[in-house]
Design a binder for this molecule. Structure first.
Ligand SMILES: Cc1cc2nc3c(=O)[nH]c(=O)nc-3n(C[C@H](O)[C@H](O)[C@H](O)COP(=O)(O)O)c2cc1C
Length: 180
């Protein structure tokens, strides 16, 4: 199956990127095809609130770097979203990206996305308490879950130390990808 991954950190060697890569390594070992989007390197506009999507039961019409994403999303069996925590919330560009999923609801309020897509959330924060931002991460993932996605793991890197390759969290990330 196709696995779509969205990297939210500008830091390629940061903890969220490291963990998302490890999820993808597991997914590739399980035989899945991986498609990667790196939000920090993309031109992604905010939702324009134009209503086109809901009036036409269509994916977002904005002509930017998310254009190819909608087809990948409809085709995929799993979505992996990774983000740093900036100012006690998922980083801004990842919220902008998330807002664009408004187009997945039709004019009657029904979900346009095939239900059952697996979802893995990966978050990285300086705060050493992994529970400190649970409400914020749940809120973020909830948007995807409202579109029928099934959360299979939610991985939080807590603290500024770079992750060791042999750490429990890295093993968990690999397993999360391998078991997709
Ligand atoms: C602009 C900015 C704001 C931040 N705000 C918070 C915060 O509110 N709480 C927190 O725990 N860490 C905060 N951090 C620390 C990052 O979440 C932490 O360095 C994280 O590991 C970054 O993710 P990355 O390694 O995937 O890039 C902030 C970092 C930056 C650059």
């Amino acid at each position: 199956m196709k696995v779509v991954a969205v990297f939210g950190s500008p830091r390629d060697k940061g903890n969220s990127s490291t963990l998302v890569r490890e999820v993808l390594r597991g997914a590739a070992d399980a035989g899945h095809a991986v498609v990667v989007y790196r939000i920090d390197r993309m031109n992604v506009r905010g939702c324009q609130g134009c209503g086109f999507c809901r009036a036409n039961n269509a994916d977002c019409k904005i002509d930017d770097d998310l254009k190819a994403y909608w087809k990948d999303l409809h085709e995929c069996g799993a979505l992996v979203v990774g983000s740093p925590n900036y100012y006690a919330q998922v980083a801004g560009p990842m919220v902008t990206y998330m807002n664009r999923h408004y187009c997945l609801t039709d004019k009657n309020g029904n979900n346009r996305l095939r239900p059952g897509i697996k979802l893995i959330g990966v978050f990285s924060q300086g705060n050493s308490n992994p529970e400190a931002y649970r409400a914020q991460y749940d809120w973020y993932l909830g948007t995807f879950q409202k579109h029928g996605m099934i959360l299979t793991d939610r991985i939080v890197s807590a603290g500024e130390a770079p992750l060791r390759p042999d750490s429990d969290l890295m093993r968990r990330a690999y397993r999360a990808g391998k078991s997709l």
